[in-house]
Design a protein around this ligand. Structure first.
Ligand code: GTP
Ligand code: MG
Length: 304
């Protein structure tokens, strides 16, 4: 487990943005990284995925404490994945920002393929699946994108994942309290993740996906220690990093992106093998229904 930044094939820089964090946050992060180092983990590779424009790049910038990737309000920005590596006191964080997986109403399978190729020979320790807290619906597209991630990286990636909800400094609609609103939104998304990843009821415990709320806005409220806080008073940056380290050390295997994974699991091609079989079964079913109808007509004719 002694993967260093050098062996990841990346150029790791001193983490200058770290000093931007308030002292209270810095102390908490140093403690968390210290715990990881005690477990012989000297680096973490985090990948950030989700639909377009949900705040992936903003979240990467918030974690690093610098504007390392471009944030764009009105057009899809990122076309290919980028890896940012920062080292602080012997601990390296590698974080991979990716292009949105849904653009213009469709799952962008090409983008997913690009991400897989980019990650070849890397190990994913944690997946941040990002969406917005301030949205009110989940639809079939959400399920499709989850399914695409599962097909691409294997269902087990959800054992190393957390759900990150941005735009968390909101006033809930109607009379809902903040906590009730955010748990309703989280539950709806978790349900979709279980559905899309085909996680069965008896597996829920094994695929326990934590939810973390995030507010990337510069106008985020702060506590007396100058840490950015949510309406429920949680200092969210140390909380996010804490949950990331929890997931990294949850005892489940990290996802190794090898050649087999990149080339072998093209589910579209796999699906094609079954087309003749499906057509055959369809043919038999149609024949059987036709037979039944003919039978009914024959019987009906007699009873008239
Ligand atoms: N208020 C608020 N705005 C946010 C938050 N996160 C992101 N934004 C804004 O949402 C817009 C899109 O953010 P990005 O970080 O570029 O989103 P993205 O998911 O990286 O987008 P793509 O790379 O195009 O897929 C920008 O205008 C951000 O400033 C947040 O937590 N709160
Ligand atoms: Mg982006």
């Amino acid at each position: 487990m002694n993967r260093t930044a050098a062996s990841m094939g990346s150029l790791s820089r001193e983490w200058l943005g770290f000093q931007q964090f308030p002292t209270a946050t810095q102390n908490k992060l140093v403690e968390l990284f210290g715990k990881l180092k005690q477990e012989n983990l000297n680096s973490l590779t985090i990948i950030v995925m989700g639909k377009g424009g949900v705040g992936k790049s903003s979240t990467v910038n918030s974690i690093i404490g610098e504007r390392v990737v471009t944030v764009n309000s009105f057009q899809p920005e990122q076309l290919r994945p980028t890896m940012i590596s920062r080292t602080r006191a012997g601990f390296t964080v590698n974080i991979v920002d990716t292009p949105g997986l849904v653009e213009g109403g469709y799952v962008n399978y090409q983008a997913l393929d690009l991400i897989k190729r980019f990650l070849l020979n890397k190990t994913i320790d944690v997946l941040l699946y990002v969406d917005r807290l301030d949205a009110y619906r989940v639809d079939d597209l959400d399920r499709q994108i989850i399914k695409a991630i599962s097909d691409g990286f294997g269902k087990n990636i959800w054992r190393k994942s957390l759900l990150v909800l941005t735009h968390a400094q909101l006033c809930p609609p109607e009379k809902l309290s903040y906590d009730v609103f955010s748990s309703k939104r989280s539950e709806a998304l978790l349900k979709t993740i279980r559905l899309g990843a085909r996680i069965r009821k008896n597996e829920y415990k094994d695929f326990d996906i934590p939810v973390v709320l995030v507010e990337n806005s510069g106008r985020c409220n702060k506590n007396e220690n100058d840490e950015k806080i949510l309406p429920n008073d949680v200092a969210w940056i140390p909380n996010l990093v804490k949950v990331i380290t929890d997931v990294a050390t949850n005892g489940k295997n990290s996802i190794i992106v090898d050649k087999k994974l990149v080339e072998g699991s093209d589910s579209n091609d796999k699906g094609k093998m079954f087309i003749p079989l499906i057509l055959g079964v369809q043919f038999l079913v149609v024949k059987w229904i036709q037979g039944a109808i003919n039978n009914d007509i024959a019987k009906g004719g007699r009873s008239l």
